[in-house]
Design a protein around this ligand. Structure first.
Ligand SMILES: Nc1ncnc2c1ncn2[C@@H]1O[C@H](COP(=O)(O)OP(=O)(O)O)[C@@H](O)[C@H]1O
Ligand SMILES: CC(C)(COP(=O)(O)O)[C@@H](O)C(=O)NCCC(=O)O
Length: 313
């Protein structure tokens, strides 16, 4: 039977890996280890076969977008246009490995011949402060769309895409489990990566029922990091058990109380957090945005990417 036409092209890992150009993989295992998140698997082979073709594709699209930008500015009669940053959104579940993907893409993009400056901003900085979440009775909804300062996040992305010289983004601390007063300051970088659970969320409805703008309206490219929810749950629980021995052991950690939990108690608590917060959020608000991404990276149970799906132009 003929395969149905689709707006996406899906490539098995081997077919995707074969698209890598001649350029050598620029990162050493030590550099890869530095971007690798807790519990993640990432080696030279994975970077070469999966993430190098991805960043080659993005670099090619950045160059093409520059041509399009120059043509548009010429049309508008602007003789000395200053380009706005190229914005890349990276979304997916809690514990799927978005941060590792984002940090790796940042390193690989920064190694392109143009040596672009690349900044990375995570959307957790736009979570409402714990005091405010508590006031609204939604401290147990952290990561759900309503737990963010969505206007602030939209303003931030619009400021970046307006070409503002200096743009600030608030920063979150996993140690204190709250937003900090030390923002990330961007000085018109060439590329901005925005990583977070809800970056591909559709626009909210305004008071009159009409849709507003979504941050993804200002993305030049977007990636959704995907895996089976069964695998993600296991990664979340395993990471929680490791955090108990590492980050939670710090008395300053908001989760310090868990450091004295037995394996069984910690596992129960992690499963409860997953089943009552992170899984419902994934099911209701995150998975539903996957089709909006330009590219989906589907991971296997060992974190290796199994297939890649790219939206046709
Ligand atoms: N409670 C925590 N304490 C310390 N670090 C954490 C905690 N929760 C998550 N992290 C770290 O924060 C980063 C982001 O985690 P998360 O939002 O789950 O996204 P992802 O796993 O997709 O990168 C990861 O590097 C993770 O290891
Ligand atoms: C901080 C997060 C909401 C992720 O935020 P993001 O940067 O993806 O917007 C998440 O990592 C988190 O802490 N969730 C709360 C539930 C839990 O502790 O698992």
């Amino acid at each position: 039977m003929a395969r149905e036409l689709s707006p996406y092209v899906e490539l098995e890992r081997s077919a995707w890996a074969a698209l890598a150009g001649e350029a050598p993989q620029p990162l050493s295992q030590e550099e890869i280890d530095r971007v690798r998140g807790l519990g993640e698997e990432l080696d030279l082979e994975e970077v070469r076969q999966v993430y190098l073709p991805l960043t080659e594709l993005i670099t090619m699209r950045i160059r093409a977008a520059a041509g399009l930008y120059r043509a548009t500015e010429k049309f508008l009669g602007n003789p000395q246009p200053k380009r706005t940053p190229y914005v890349i959104g990276i979304g997916g579940s809690v514990a799927v490995g978005k941060s590792t993907t984002a940090r790796l893409i940042r390193e690989l993009l920064a190694n392109a011949p143009e040596r672009p400056s690349v900044e990375l901003v995570t959307t957790d900085g736009f979570l409402l402060p714990n005091a405010e979440l508590e006031r609204r009775g939604i401290l147990d909804r952290k990561g759900f769309p309503e737990s963010y300062d969505r206007k602030g996040l939209l303003r931030f992305v619009m400021n970046v895409k307006s070409g503002a010289e200096v743009v600030e983004a608030p920063r979150y601390s996993h140690l204190t489990y709250d937003v900090t007063d030390e923002p990330t300051v961007l000085h018109s970088p060439d590329i901005v990566i925005v990583e977070g659970l809800n970056v591909l969320a559709p626009a909210r409805l305004r008071g009159d029922g009409s849709p507003g703008l979504a941050i993804s309206d200002f993305f030049d490219f977007s990636v959704y990091v995907d895996a089976s929810s069964k695998d993600i749950r296991r990664w979340y629980v395993e990471r929680f058990l490791t955090l108990r021995r590492t980050a939670f052991a710090d008395p300053a950690s908001y989760f310090h109380r868990y450091s004295s939990y037995s394996d069984e108690q910690a596992r129960d608590r992690a499963e409860e957090l997953w089943d009552t917060i992170n899984w419902p959020n994934l099911r209701e608000n995150i998975q539903t945005t996957r089709g909006r991404a330009d590219l989906v990276l589907r991971k296997d149970s060992d974190h290796g990417v199994k297939w890649v799906r790219l939206r046709k132009m």
